[in-house]
Design a protein around this ligand. Structure first.
Ligand SMILES: *[C@@H]1O[C@H](CO)[C@@H](O)[C@H](O)[C@H]1NC(C)=O
Ligand SMILES: *[C@@H]1O[C@H](CO)[C@@H](O)[C@H](O)[C@H]1NC(C)=O
Ligand SMILES: [Zn+2]
Length: 449
């Protein structure tokens, strides 16, 4: 017996200190390019001044957010001024803003030590999920879908409530980008809402929770997430090779390596050597494939910018059921605004953030598995805090996002209409056939050798 153990763990402590890289006097600027020379200047910024982009340059008039170190600030500002560029200072001292982001420890078996007023590390989130699953043994399960380079589990949560219609499946992805801390925080909130729905007074939530079979991957990139806590708050990629890492949301097998990526390892948008070269993306793809039957919804959560992004990210066109999904997103946008007046923008990547990109998880899911409703969220905010979103904004962000998600999930039909293989999807289909043909051919050669 250890009667005194309770004494030692009754306090909750906050960790604000870390050994990591500090960003004192680093400044977050926003610039709006209004002519081509400005855009060229922005595209050049990493090379010239080693800036860290929070929002990459895309089209004219789309804001570009980036952090400049105190060392290069004077020469950078002089150059910007020469070009007639108008800059807004968003955060004077980025480190001070990061220091406000409290990280709390979850106390085992003490469920109320987990809340949405602080951020949490990976192991705390996983322990909370284990305890939640233990409290709901017949409705919630945890599984590892694979392991990372630093040997962490990528945990998935499955929820199927008692009495559920089990009509179709929903997969929810969070934390593919390490520094976007609000994304895993929202996915934990989503899980909590669904598992507690049967005892909720919210009839809409209850009905929706009892309609689907749910799968959540709250932290798809746990190595990167941990790195952003203990080494570098601005880390985005995974930790393959312990040095450069790969942008996992450029590593999926949809238009891989074609647009909006770099093959340079140092780049923040390094897509990796080939599609699914990374353990995290590969494990996720295998997991999604294993749940492909009756998979109706796929949501991915990122920050920031307040966008609902509809596939496909690699071109400017509206394909498949874009108009149907856009209407659904516009309804969700209205619902989100009703709570705290948070304004979202809906469209493709090109329509919203203003650039095209490739190898994106949701695009692969929609094209490869013909999942009809795929939406990527860029959560709060609009750049006022950016990745330094303060803890008192976590809960409101979760509440309004849940309103939007429930709107998207409103079961309007008895059964969802499956996406046909469209003309634009056909080339890939034909390629599959050609590959099968050549594989058969090779097999025959080997067979007769
Ligand atoms: C940040 O800048 C201020 C004003 O220039 C200076 O007093 C302070 O020492 C700087 N802080 C660090 C950590 O460099
Ligand atoms: C872009 O960078 C190159 C050097 O890397 C420099 O010569 C050129 O002037 C830069 N262009 C702009 C618009 O700043
Ligand atoms: Zn992201």
């Amino acid at each position: 017996m250890h009667p005194n153990i309770g004494f030692f763990i009754i306090f909750t402590f906050y960790i604000n200190y870390c050994d990591c890289r500090k960003y004192y006097n680093y400044t977050l600027y926003r610039g709006i390019p209004v002519e081509d020379a400005h855009l060229k200047f922005f595209m050049n910024l990493t090379k010239m001044y080693d800036v860290n982009f929070w929002r990459e340059p895309g089209l004219l008039y789309k804001p570009v957010d980036f952090v400049v170190s105190p060392e290069v600030k004077p020469v950078f500002l002089k150059e910007a001024n020469n070009l007639g560029l108008y800059l807004t200072t968003m955060i004077v001292d980025v480190q001070k803003a990061f220091d406000m982001q409290t990280v709390k420890t979850y106390i085992r078996r003490k469920m109320d030590s987990f809340d949405w007023y602080s951020y949490y590390r990976t192991e705390d989130i996983y322990q909370w999920l284990r305890d939640l699953a233990k409290a709901h043994p017949s409705e919630m399960e945890l599984h590892s879908i694979g392991r990372t380079y630093e040997n962490r589990d990528i945990m998935s949560v499955r929820i199927l409530l008692k009495g559920s219609k089990n009509r179709s499946r929903v997969i929810v992805e969070g934390g593919i980008h390490a520094r976007e801390w609000i994304a895993p925080a929202f996915v934990t909130y989503f899980i909590h809402q669904i598992i507690k729905a049967p005892s909720s007074n919210n009839m809409v939530l209850k009905e929706i929770a009892l309609t689907y079979e749910w799968f959540f991957i709250p932290i798809l990139n746990p190595d990167g997430y941990e790195f952003s806590h203990v080494e570098d708050r601005l880390w985005r990629k995974n930790r393959h090779d312990g040095r450069f890492g790969v942008d996992l949301n450029r590593n999926f097998d949809h238009a891989f390596g074609t647009v909006g990526v770099k093959f340079n390892k140092q780049s923040e948008i390094y897509c990796g050597p080939y599609a699914f070269s990374e353990r995290e993306s590969n494990s996720m793809a295998n997991f999604i494939m294993s749940k492909r039957e009756a998979l109706e919804y796929y949501f991915a959560f990122h920050s920031y910018g307040q966008y609902m992004i509809i596939p496909y990210a690699n071109n400017k066109y509206h394909e498949d059921n874009f108009d149907e999904v856009k209407n659904m997103c516009n309804d969700a946008k209205t619902k989100i605004a009703q709570r705290f007046n948070t304004q979202y923008t809906v469209g493709t990547a090109y329509d919203t953030v203003g650039y095209v990109t490739s190898g994106v998880s949701g695009c692969w899911v929609k094209r490869r598995l013909r999942v009809p409703y795929v939406v990527t969220f860029e959560l709060r905010d609009n750049g006022f805090h950016g990745f330094a979103l303060p803890p008192n904004k976590i809960l409101p962000t979760c509440q309004e996002t849940m309103d939007g998600v429930l709107s998207l999930l409103s079961p309007r039909r008895d059964k969802f209409t499956e996406l046909r293989v469209t003309d634009s999807a056909r080339p890939a289909f034909v390629m599959d056939k050609i590959v099968i043909f050549f594989n058969t051919f090779l097999f025959i050669i080997v067979w007769f050798d």
